[in-house]
Design a protein around this ligand. Structure first.
Ligand code: FAD
Length: 297
């Protein structure tokens, strides 16, 4: 997004937060509490994930539009190839443009049959993220972002393959990438180096998930194929009956990971908030990053 360019020009790390669309009115209130708290640290952008089913996809569009309209935050809208024809995708993109959304994260989406099942294209729709990149970038009004996988995409054969795919997406018009969550800074550095070796300049924002609940992160890690470091698991297990101590360990580990990534040249940090901003804001405060943005919009 433009905001990423601004951070780059100002020589400071970009800061962004990811939300998911609320399921009901109670969820809407929780999301908006998080939105209001996140506003206080003035991130460069926030993003809203796109669901797999038609109902949740509509909720994504509404939540993203509401953030564009009613908050000071610049939303990046996630969009996938799942469940819509190309014509329907064009309509969603048009609705985003009409509500002031300037940036789209173009994704394929997970196989509709669930993780581990083969990918199937929606009839009349698109087969790969790169086709959605071309569709959105071709309109000329959006900064297009894409997904990156420091620990490898579950369907991918090698890191070199993932780097080639990212370079192809950059050549198709992607301006930035955001990674899956991960814990090993070396995996990020290897991936960024492999992409640079392909001759493209693609800023890759590392995705950070502060761990506040061991069982939950174990489930996410299994779904995404992200290895959990044994030493972090051991430290969390050691205090498993003390939720405050688990949080402390998780926040410390996330802060250290962020410090290492920024020292290694990461252009910023993208936080998976799970719609609860508390842990993320603590990490930002520990890093001295709160209130970094100087421009509005
Ligand atoms: P693609 O780039 O199409 O890649 C899919 C597979 O095909 C990969 O294994 C890739 O290596 C391979 N491939 C791609 N191009 C080629 C090629 N030219 N030749 C050979 N092989 C190729 N999912 C959601 O449903 N909603 C969301 O909001 C969402 N947000 C996400 C945000 C981030 C930051 C990330 C990292 C992931 C997100 N996902 C989301 C998950 C994502 O949709 C899945 O990981 C999906 O399985 C892959 O999406 P992709 O965009 O990388 O697909």
């Amino acid at each position: 997004p433009e905001a990423l360019d601004a951070a780059r020009a100002e020589g400071r790390p970009a800061l962004s937060f990811e939300f998911f669309p609320p399921r009901d009115e109670a969820g809407e209130r929780v999301l908006w509490q998080a939105v209001r708290r996140v506003e206080t640290v003035r991130p460069d952008f926030v993003s809203v994930t796109y669901g797999a089913g038609g109902g949740t996809q509509d909720r994504t569009v509404r939540a993203t539009q509401r953030i564009a309209r009613e908050s000071s935050l610049a939303p990046v809208a996630h969009l996938t190839c799942v469940g819509r024809t190309t014509a329907q995708l064009r309509q969603v993109i048009g609705a985003y443009a009409d509500s002031g959304v300037r940036s789209v994260l173009a994704l394929r989406g997970d196989p509709p049959g669930g993780p581990g099942t083969p990918w199937e294209r929606t009839p009349g729709g698109l087969d790969r993220a790169i086709e959605l990149v071309e569709l959105v970038a071709g309109l000329g009004t959006f900064a297009v972002g894409v997904a990156a996988f420091p620990d490898g995409h579950p369907e991918s054969t090698s890191g070199a393959h993932d780097a080639r795919v990212l370079a192809l997406k950059a050549r198709a018009g992607a301006r930035f990438a955001i990674t899956q969550f991960f814990f090993d800074p070396d995996a990020y550095v290897r991936m960024v180096d492999a992409v640079a070796a392909q001759g493209v300049d693609l800023p890759v924002l590392p995705g950070i998930m502060p761990v506040t609940n061991l069982r939950q992160v174990e489930r996410f890690a299994q779904l995404s194929g992200t290895p959990l470091p044994a030493d972090l698991v051991a430290r969390l297990e050691a205090v498993r009956d003390d939720p405050a101590a688990v949080r402390r360990v998780g926040i410390e580990a996330a802060t250290l990971l962020c410090e290492r990534l920024l020292a290694a040249g990461a252009p910023g940090l993208h936080f998976y908030t799970l719609n609860s901003s508390t842990a993320t804001l603590e990490v930002c405060a520990d890093l001295g990053l709160a209130g970094a943005r100087t421009t509005v919009g």
